[in-house]
Design a protein around this ligand. Structure first.
Ligand SMILES: C[S@@+](CC[C@H](N)C(=O)[O-])C[C@H]1O[C@@H](n2cnc3c(N)ncnc32)[C@H](O)[C@@H]1O
Length: 275
């Protein structure tokens, strides 16, 4: 499978400034905190919550900030993002247990989680095979437990791929960008993987929100410095990268805010289910 989102926050991010780009990633994803955490509001004290493919665990840290009485585990396959998340949690005195794990082989017992959460991790194109990851999530979620996840369902949903690929298409052949389409091509709905894994009350909705980048440099650093588009921009070379920056400026013009920033709409698939 085309590894589109495997390195989010990893090698490519380190090429520029990892911390700055994590901040820029959060500008995109922080709008999902409320809708993802609100289904967890009735969890009892001491409940175990597992965030799958947590990256730096911003969602787990947001939960720990609200509910210090929960036991929160954040797992990811990339030790670099886990370390960054751990440092940030420590700095803010938040109890999140960051652990390196493959989402298709979770080291948690059957029925050991009261809730499973994921933000652009579980059922995200290019991470892990969907059926295997859904089965593992269903295996650890106790009967009656809550699942709450968000994922990009297509390339148009995220401004990162919608606008980033649009700009790159002026400089790259369709064949060079075809892997993205392939990674997002699904013969069945995202929800069906969870139903097949035995989860109940599976419900998917479209969620729209607005993301804001205070300056062009924040957006440019994000789209060229982190994730699957970063190597494609980097390989343009300096002169064509300058041209790409110009095209990006034109492409963003319609999104300008009164304060000189950029407001970019995003749409994700929000899915809830019960164990
Ligand atoms: C788009 S990023 C996640 C962003 C993060 N969830 C957040 O909210 O900030 C996708 C993540 O999936 C992780 N990943 C990819 N394959 C994985 C696997 N098989 N098991 C666990 N994590 C995986 C990557 O390391 C990366 O951190």
């Amino acid at each position: 499978m085309y590894e589109v989102f495997r390195d989010m926050g990893g090698r490519a991010a380190r090429r520029l400034d990892c911390r700055v780009n994590t901040e820029n990633l959060m500008r995109l994803l922080s709008g999902l905190v409320e809708p993802l955490l609100s289904p967890l509001s009735s969890l009892p004290s001491g409940a175990h919550v597992v965030q799958i493919a947590s990256g730096t665990g911003g969602l787990s840290r947001a939960l720990a900030r609200r509910r210090s009485d929960l036991k929160i585990s954040a797992i990811d396959i990339n030790p670099a993002v886990l370390n960054a998340g751990h440092t940030e949690a420590d700095r803010n005195n938040l109890a999140v247990d960051f652990r390196k794990m493959d989402m298709t082989r979770l080291e948690f017992a059957d029925d050991s989680a009261d809730a499973v959460i994921s933000r652009m991790g579980l059922l995200l194109a290019g991470t892990a095979p969907f059926a295997a990851a859904a089965q593992e999530a269903a295996r650890i979620l106790r009967p009656g437990g809550t699942m709450s996840i968000a994922t990009w369902a297509d390339l148009a949903g995220s401004p990162y791929t919608r606008i980033g690929l649009d700009v790159l298409s002026r400089f790259r052949t369709p064949e060079e960008l075809a892997g993205f389409e392939t990674a997002f091509a699904r013969p069945q709905s995202l929800e069906s993987y969870l139903i097949e894994a035995g989860l109940r009350d599976v419900e998917g909705t479209w969620y729209n929100w607005e993301t804001e980048y205070p300056e062009f440099a924040d957006w440019w650093s994000f789209v060229t410095g982190i994730g699957p588009l970063a190597p494609l921009f980097a390989s343009l070379g300096e002169a064509r990268l300058g041209e790409a920056q110009q095209v990006m400026t034109e492409r963003l013009a319609g999104h300008r805010t009164a304060t000189g920033g950029y407001r970019l709409p995003a749409t994700a698939r929000l899915i809830t289910a019960r164990g």
